[in-house]
Ligand binder design. Sequence first.
Ligand code: GLC
Length: 570
Amino acid sequence: MTYQEWWRKSTIYQVYPKSFMDTTGNGVGDIRGLIDKLDYLKNLGIDMVWLQPVYVSPQNDNGYDVADYCQINPDYGTMEDFDELVRELKSRGMELMLDIVVNHSSTEHRWFQESRKSRDNPYRDYYIWKDPGPDGGYPNNWQSKFGGPAWQYDETTGQYFLTLFDKTQADLNWENPKLREEVIKLMTFWAEKGVRGFRLDVINLISKDQQFPDDDVSVLPGDGRRFYTDGPRVHEFIKELNEKVFSPYQIVTVGEMSSTTLENCIRYSNPSEHEFSMTFSFHHLKVDYPHGQKWELMPYDFEQLKRLLSEWQVGMQQGGGWNALFLNNHDQPRALSRFTDDFQYRKEGAKLLATTLHGLQGTPYVFQGEEIGMPNPQWNDISELRDIESLNMYRIMQENGKTREEAFEIIKQRSRDNSRTPMQWNSDAQAGFTTGTPWIKVDERYPEINAEREMNDPDSIFNHYKRLISLRKEYPILTEGIYHRLDEAHPQVFAYSRSSENETLVVVSNFSNEAVEFEFPQDFVLEQLDGREHTLLIGNTEEKPALRKLISLSPFASYMWLIHDLKKLN
Ligand code: GLC
């Protein structure tokens, strides 16, 4: 395995445009707002910006319901703005990654409008239409990921169409070669504009079992996902995209893999397979779902988090795959609130999560606001929320017997809106995000938590991220080092090493609000630690401790050391 590609040493920044920066005063962020902030991202050390969907869309799922793949939604600006964004990025040595949403389109897309007209319309087979089941009901028992059945009945032709997400997001039929041609066309359109990255939305769901069987619920969650996740032809379809677009245009690609497996992600991301550059997987972010149920609460399982991260580190490394590293995105509550104490130890907690993640092998992603330690916002009432999934689940939980209070408590912790409130730029009204009324509330803590304050403080979370991002460029061991877990199920500490021929990197993090001690395992001490010269590369306490067999860690303390040149010392 060689690690020469630039994106293996890079950090990618995720922009949720609706909430990033508004320049028109309409309360919705826009492309010009992003252009205005490019120097901020350059300062952070970012190489590529992942811009979430800005296409024409009714916005039922904030742009993941695309009505025209090759036009900019006027709320976000114009195609001229877009072209300028690409130019402005390149002039600063950065590149653009676009979000490609082709498992489904909006039902407002022209293809769907045609498709629903008659059973013999040329666009009929762009989507998945089925007759009612034998009892006149749904064609099968698959469930939508946003709640309720995955099928919508259309009276004009007396058939159902498949919608794995919202009822206005119709699944595209990848079995149809004409549809695949269209996808290649639209990707080529953006590649020709100078886009050098694609993030492919729920791309491992594109190949459905053509028998469309009922789920017998023998495997949880029993919603039908096992019949379309990493489905029969998915690798074939991706290879075709790679051959026709990714390779010719040298596109960096990250596939979003819903409920996937390690084996599949190795195939998706091992360069010899010619599919993607890397994959997002989500198992490590389900460690607070009791029995896999997102809409139930439990404290997160720390051992499980460490086990899953380690399993994917080792597995992807051995299989020649490549992880996209992340703890936050626009679909997740803020990791800071989920895994640390976002009041008393907000600063320590944010830095701990960053160090722990950025020490791993893969390409790190920073989701807007993460680099300034934005926590989940304070929600006071359900009317403050906007997300379609949250509002659906709020209703469904009550239909299933939860009280309003219980349902709201779950929404507060689980809602995707937790990460979608406006970026906090400064302490002006609306955190400097807009001069108008924001489409979703700004968190009340913005006078204390904002980018301006962070930039002015040498010891800030922002500056911690900046250092981590530059360490990855400076030290090849962060890209190449072999991962090894060191903590043997310690109840509070996560410790691991990354080793190359001559050096070892060590990361130790105390995930608790108590002072604890950590002792390295004996074999590690003998082989690596004893008498070796080492440097503290980064930490989050005033004290700069040396690396010892036994170390004391204050609440949420986290350190990364480099043990030097083993050979020379041997
Ligand atoms: C992905 C997106 C999410 C969206 C869903 C349907 O998971 O990240 O925001 O709702 O796909 O497109």
